[in-house]
Design a protein around this ligand. Structure first.
Ligand code: UD1
Length: 437
């Protein structure tokens, strides 16, 4: 077992740094805002008073109804008088999601982006106008009573469409979630992951640069630490070493790209948020994690066993050097994680923020697979059958965050405990057994 590291030593040399107490409202462009962490973060951003523009290609999240319905001809999806036809956020008269503010102001001078693509190309379909919000964001509206300014079904690889969004909206800062994240899939399809995650991020950064928007909060992961050399793992831990899969590499590469950018150009401000294991759901049970196909991650799998969608949980190994032999992770409630993004924005707009800074977002508490099964059994009052199987390739025994830096500099800490994570995840799963469908 790794010796515990003195996480609190960070306080000693960081005592002089203050967190900001001020809150300013900004226009925040959120990529991947229809997804699990993205949609919960949009809730917190709206409640904090920010304007939110969402860009998501919906490959991994439920798409707006208009995208599910058969598409008319690729040229037919926009109003004749709309000057931003293929990227408009759509608000038809008969729109049943009237809170979509995705607006196409009549006097809009933004030129059409239609002419820059092959007619009928798949890219055109992914960025065509939408008639409704994705279900996750429609429910965000119900939860908050607030409207997102716009939603665009646009891929980050679609540079012209992305550029148009920056012309249309005066964006102050970007929170960048959009990425593929299935570890196993990334091993099988490395190019898809590198193109989507790295090229997508590069395109976004170039478009931002051209638009003069040089503030970004990046959705990174504890996976950048590889196999931890000490625990709890703080932000000074080496990154990019011992990363076992292309997904993890893409997170590390994107971090490095943004750090280099902030070094080269002092106007860039970058916050890298390294998530540990996000779980749970909004306490309303209206939004939550909605994995496509069998879940790769522990909590959604347990939740699907509890609700009867899956028969039995496979526990990947009980021979690790941990208290009960099963893997230990630092699970964090997704609403705490969402709050971390709002705190990061406040920090970024404070006077003392410069360059790039990475923060761990976790709880500092390790929970084993069997402890999680136990907690979920109590929360759901359902049996969770499980069997012990072999270790999963690429897994580490224990990963736990030191969160002292985020607490000190962002004034943020996770407040929701394991019971609440399980109770909220269960509320979401039991009220929405088939997700957003
Ligand atoms: C995984 C990814 C990580 C990614 C994170 C996103 C791997 C190796 N790592 O982290 O890169 O950032 O998801 O949330 O996939 N477990 C079971 N049975 C299951 C599923 C998981 O026993 O069906 C165990 C795992 O062995 C591990 C723990 O549960 O000990 C947590 O697994 P998971 O939820 O997949 O998260 P990570 O592996 O920590």
């Amino acid at each position: 077992m790794l010796a515990p590291h003195r996480c609190n030593t960070l306080f000693v040399y960081l005592l002089s740094i203050k967190s900001t107490g001020q809150r300013m409202n900004h226009t925040v462009l959120v990529t991947g805002g229809a997804g699990f962490v993205g949609s919960h973060t949009v809730v917190e951003l709206l409640l904090a008073g920010h304007q939110v523009v969402v860009v998501d290609n919906c490959v991994n999240s439920a798409a707006p109804p208009a995208n599910i319905a058969p598409l008319p001809s690729v040229n037919g999806g926009h109003d004749k008088d709309d000057t931003v036809p293929s990227v408009n956020g759509g608000h038809d008269k008969d729109d049943t999601v009237p809170f979509v503010n995705g607006g196409h102001d009549k006097g809009d001078t933004v030129p059409s982006v239609n002419g820059e693509h092959d007619k009928g190309s798949p890219a055109l379909l992914t960025r065509r106008g939408v008639k409704h919000l994705p279900p996750s964001l429609a429910r965000v509206h119900t939860i908050t009573g607030k409207e997102v300014t716009a939603f665009y079904t646009v891929s980050l690889l679609d540079r012209p469409a992305l550029s148009q969004i920056f012309v249309k909206h005066k964006v102050d800062v970007v929170i960048h979630f959009a990425a593929l994240k299935a570890v196993g899939e990334s091993v099988e399809m490395p190019l898809t992951y590198y193109v989507n995650n790295v090229t997508g991020t590069l395109t976004l950064l170039e478009v931002m640069s051209e638009a003069g928007v040089k503030k970004i909060v990046y959705s990174s992961s504890a996976t950048v630490y590889g196999t931890p050399q000490y625990l709890p793992t703080d932000e000074r831990h080496p990154t990019g070493q011992g990363v076992t899969n292309p997904y993890g590499h893409t997170k590390h590469f994107c971090e490095q790209i943004m750090k280099d950018l902030a070094t080269a150009d002092k106007e860039w401000q970058v916050v890298l948020l390294r998530y540990f294991n996000p779980v749970g759901a909004h306490e309303s049970g209206m939004i939550g994690e909605d994995p496509r196909g069998p879940p790769n991650n522990l909590l959604p799998y347990i939740a699907q066993v509890a609700v009867g969608k899956r028969e039995i949980l496979s526990v990947y190994g009980d021979d690790y050097d941990t208290a009960d032999g099963t893997g230990v992770r630092d699970y964090i409630h997704v609403m705490d994680l969402a709050g971390g993004h709002v705190a990061a924005l406040d920090k970024m707009f404070s006077e003392d923020f410069k360059g790039s800074v990475a923060y761990n977002l976790g709880t500092g508490r390790g929970v084993s697979v069997l402890e999680m099964v136990d907690a979920f059994t109590r929360a759901s009052n359902r049996k969770i059958p499980y069997k012990i199987v072999g270790r999963r390739e690429g897994d580490v025994a224990t990963m736990v965050a030191c969160c002292a830096l985020a607490e000190l500099q962002l004034g943020w800490r996770a407040t929701r405990d394991l019971n609440q994570m399980c109770a909220d995840a269960w509320r979401w799963q039991s009220q929405n057994p088939d997700g957003y469908v």
